[in-house]
Design a binder for this molecule. Structure first.
Ligand code: HEM
Length: 357
């Protein structure tokens, strides 16, 4: 028997119905409780939108960037001075990277405070940590690509950490191969390896959100598990519209900052000197390097990741409300405060110019 086609849809959403009927978009949607349409619950979506801005501006810059160490710095000058809208595009890329890092941290803090990492979402918390690591990788490799003084110093740290890790870190050192300069390999990492890892992780992250649903609102009685029916339900399309709306706001802020404060490029780098500071997200680990050397830098950042990874396995109660999870909120708050203080101390201290080993 021939399949009966449904009558033509009418009404204000008919356009979406027509598209949905052909592309099966409904399959992507998941139940959205009312509270998931508030800003704290849209931070992950804003971050995702930021990554789209980064991909587009990155691809545009890649048309003019030369990853050969002899030409890299000059090609960035070319992007700033000659490429159409090059200075603006580069600055939007720079500011979006900074803003996206802020939205990831706020997203992490929201998930932490509302206990959304609890059963059955432990795995998605770990996938999120993977996304944080990949994002740090993007920021780090992106800094090196400028090939100015800050870049050369960041690369020297990369080399030292690679050597410290022995066989595990050899990819990060110049010794891995003499046939391709390390700058070129980090460029390939920035353009292929990290985006591939990001896509894999974000597909898993969103798949798990779809399968497990958004966590219930962290009311005093709420327990971990699937979202409860009595917390209202919003339309999925409205959820997406919010993400896009806030995402466009992020784009506007990045555009405004790009016009007011274009991204800086330092002098071509001189290897062996240490006179600059890293970007703000790496600053909390900078004093640890001063105290304990490169081991402090590696150990300090590894410790933060390990502590974060342990969170769902040490906070085993079923309660979501922060009031019923006081001890972990206090410990988390103290660690966050310590990182902020370390970052501020590093930010205001004068870099003591010295030669690196
Ligand atoms: C590139 C970075 C990331 C992106 C694009 C992203 C994206 C998202 C999106 C779109 C959601 C749906 C709800 C929302 O928007 O808040 C979400 C939820 C979630 N994310 Fe992320 N995320 C990222 C990083 C992280 C990090 C660093 C963590 C924690 C370590 C994390 C853990 C979670 C968890 C556990 C949920 C489920 C929350 C719930 O059910 O209430 N994510 N993420």
């Amino acid at each position: 028997m021939a399949t009966q086609l449904k009558p033509k849809s009418t009404g204000q959403n008919s356009f979406w119905k027509v598209i949905d009927e052909r592309l099966g978009l409904e399959g992507i949607s998941y139940p959205v409780p009312e509270h998931a349409n508030t800003l704290p619950y849209v931070l992950g979506g804003i971050t995702l939108f930021g990554f789209i801005i980064l991909a587009v501006t990155g691809v545009l810059m890649a048309q003019f960037y030369n990853p050969d160490p002899a030409n890299a710095h000059n090609s960035v000058i070319y992007i700033i001075t000659q490429a159409p809208f090059g200075d603006f595009i580069r600055s939007v890329h720079f500011w979006t990277a900074n803003l996206v890092f802020i939205t990831i941290l706020l997203h992490l803090i929201r998930v932490f405070v509302t206990g959304s990492y609890k059963r059955p979402r432990e795995a998605n918390w770990l996938v999120g940590l993977g996304l944080l690591g990949v994002t740090m990788g993007f920021v780090f490799t992106g800094t090196v690509l400028k090939w100015d003084q800050e870049a050369v110093e960041a690369l020297a740290h990369n080399q030292e950490i690679g050597e410290l890790l022995g066989l595990w870190g050899v990819w990060f050192t110049q010794q891995f191969t003499l046939s391709v300069p390390i700058l070129t390999r980090l460029y390939i990492g920035h353009l292929t390896l990290l985006p591939a890892a990001f896509v894999l992780l974000i597909i898993t992250h969103i798949y798990l959100i779809k399968q497990l649903g958004i966590s219930p609102k962290a009311t005093p009685e709420a327990t971990s598990g699937p979202p409860t029916k009595n917390q209202g339900s919003a339309r999925f399309s409205e959820h997406i519209q919010r993400m896009i709306g806030y995402g466009l706001l992020l784009f506007a802020v990045a555009g405004g900052l790009a016009l007011l404060f274009p991204a800086v490029l330092g002098q071509a780098g001189v290897p062996g000197e240490e006179v600059t500071k890293p970007l703000w997200m790496f600053l909390p680990f900078y004093p640890m390097e001063d105290l304990f050397g490169i081991q402090g830098l590696l150990g300090g950042s590894a410790l933060v990741f390990i502590l974060l990874a342990l969170v769902p396995f040490v906070d085993r109660s079923e309660w979501l409300s922060p009031r019923k999870r006081k001890w972990i909120i206090i410990v988390g708050g103290i660690i966050l405060l310590a990182l902020i203080v370390l970052g501020i101390v590093a930010g205001v201290s004068q870099p003591a110019p010295h030669l690196m080993e």
